[in-house]
Structures are given as C-alpha cells and as structure tokens.
Design a binder for this molecule. Sequence first.
Ligand code: CU
Length: 194
Amino acid sequence: MNGNFTLTQMSHNSPSAGSKHNKFRTFALAIATVSMMASTAKAQEARSSLLNQSGTQIGEAHYKQGTRGVVIHIKASGLSAGRHGMHFHNVGACDGETKFKSAKGHIAPSNAPHGYLHPEGPHEGNLPNLIVSADGTAEVEIYSTMVSVRDGPAALLDPDGSALVIHENPDDHMTQPIGGAGGRVACGVVEATN
Ligand SMILES: [Cu+2]
C-alpha cells in the first residue's frame, strides 16, 4: 500500500515522470546491448603445458584476458608438498637440459624489484606461491593485473614469448632477485590458443 501511494504522489507532482522513466529505460537497454556485444567478443586466451626437467608433463595452465588483468588457472601434480615460488619468465623456452635457465629472468619491463612485499616492488612477472598438497598436487585460480595475454609492455605472447616457472622453494616476496625460491622444477611455455 505504501508503495502505491508513493507512485501516485510522484506522478501527481511531476507529470513528466513517465517520459523520464521511458528515456531512462531506453538508455539502460542501450547499455545492456553494448555489454552483450562486448561479452560475445572472444577473450584472448593462452595455455601452457607444465614440464618437469626430464620433459614429462606434470600439469597445465590456462590464461584468459579480462578487462584489467589475466585469470590464470593452474593444475599440477608430481611436486613436493609446500609452497613453491612461481613467476612469469621472459622467454618462451623450457629446456630441461639448461634447468629451465632458457626461460631467462622474470618479466619486468618496469624494472621494479622482485617481490609483492618489497617496498618498490613488485615487478610484472611476480605471482603468489603455488601451495602443493601432501599428495603432490595443486590447483589454483589466480588473477594478475600486471601482465596481459597479448597487449602492452608485459604481454605473455610478445615476440620471444614467455614461460610460467615453478621453483623448488618458497618465494619470500622480498629477496632479490627471485625471493630465494631456488631452482626451477617446472616450466611451461605460454602458447596462444586463439
Ligand atoms: Cu622465477
């Protein structure tokens, strides 16, 4: 009853309320149409096969570009339990014979120091630690606003590509140059899927 009363009052006090409402509705419909068009455009996507140093696949990662960052889904097994530093490295090359040194250093076009907790960090290739369960498996979905799939200075699919690297030890998010994360136990070249 109260709602009806308010509506009656509104139309009584302002005869144009109805047409204003229609204009608003047209505007809202236009916005809805534009966002539907945007959502039908295929998001830029990529993937990685994660390999151990003997070249056996131990997992995979998928990347989907959003408006402001990349949604990253990682699934792996055969790792030691606990926290493992994880970063995007500069070159799309995962050669086990080089202990994955082939992937070079971290993606860091800003030249900011390594580490989420460093006062001047982080740099673009930084990611959270991967936390592996007692059975050696890990699955996580994370989001990075510091890299992109194709566009901008920290594009994963730049001309020399990039690699997702999982390290032996935890990343303390502070120590230079890699947070004390040690050797590289898994590596996956980022490959375009569309
Ligand atoms: Cu690294």
